[in-house]
Design a protein. Structure first.
Length: 241
């Protein structure tokens, strides 16, 4: 899913870079609003989860008609850390992979960040909290679905960018990317579910609240963007849910 240089035209990668920069800035501002105690609890978990996802992303699968596919970990991070921290962690992972291992181009880095560190966690968090609100007793299905949809959303974004840039025709890139990533998403869903079970069993993080907001967007932000497992955040979630 990492797009190499020269695969996107200037307007596409430049637009993606601007949007990614804005998203990262917003996520960082959200995290900085936390108290020192909350930050002290969140940062070690962000580092540990980031290291896990960094290693998982290194396993790449070739995708005919597109670029490559791999595990993303967006839903796992969004559920355990919250949306804002997951955007920051995944952005760092994608940038480091490009700088250290040439996994994805440097010029198009903004597009890769947009696909995997912005779109994927947004899709994962949205699906997870929506399903937990509608089906509160079926947390496992929410976790599986959120992981699968996060991969599909990132793959779709990459396919659109490639097609808009004229690199690969729509009729080729969309079926190739979505078809292969539908299978990759199944593996991601299984790994995500297993990882969440291990985390909960180890008591590293309390079980995710499992409820999603209805109504105003502010309630969506409170449930999806605050790091799950932090006492103050959990109290806020319980208060507005």
């Amino acid at each position: 899913m990492h797009i190499p240089d020269n695969f996107l035209d200037t307007k596409t990668w430049a637009t993606a870079a601007v949007v990614s920069t804005a998203a990262i800035g917003g996520a960082v501002r959200s995290i900085r609003h936390k108290s020192e105690e909350e930050m002290a609890r969140a940062i070690p978990m962000m580092g540990a989860m980031g290291a896990f996802v960094f290693a998982a992303m290194m396993i790449n699968f070739p995708v005919p008609g597109g670029t490559s596919g791999h595990l993303v970990g967006a839903a796992l991070l969004a559920i355990t850390l919250g949306l804002a921290p997951s955007i920051v962690v995944l952005s760092v992972v994608v940038i480091l992979q490009a700088l250290l291992f040439q996994d994805g181009g440097l010029v198009v880095m903004g597009a890769n960040v947009f696909n995997m560190a912005v779109i994927a966690p947004l899709a994962g968090a949205g699906v997870y909290y929506t399903l937990r609100r509608v089906f509160p007793r079926h947390g496992s299905w929410a976790e599986l679905a959120s992981a699968w949809f996060s991969v599909m959303a990132a793959a779709a974004a990459a396919a659109v960018e490639l097609a808009v840039s004229g690199t690969v025709p729509w009729i080729v890139v969309l079926p190739a990317m979505l078809g292969w990533h539908a299978l990759i998403g199944v593996g991601e869903a299984a790994i995500t579910l297993s990882a969440l079970r291990l985390i909960n069993r180890a008591g590293i993080l309390p079980q995710a609240n499992g409820t999603a907001p209805t109504g105003a967007g502010k309630r969506v932000e409170a449930l999806a963007m605050v790091p799950a497992g932090l006492p103050a955040d959990r109290e806020e979630v319980d208060r507005i849910a």
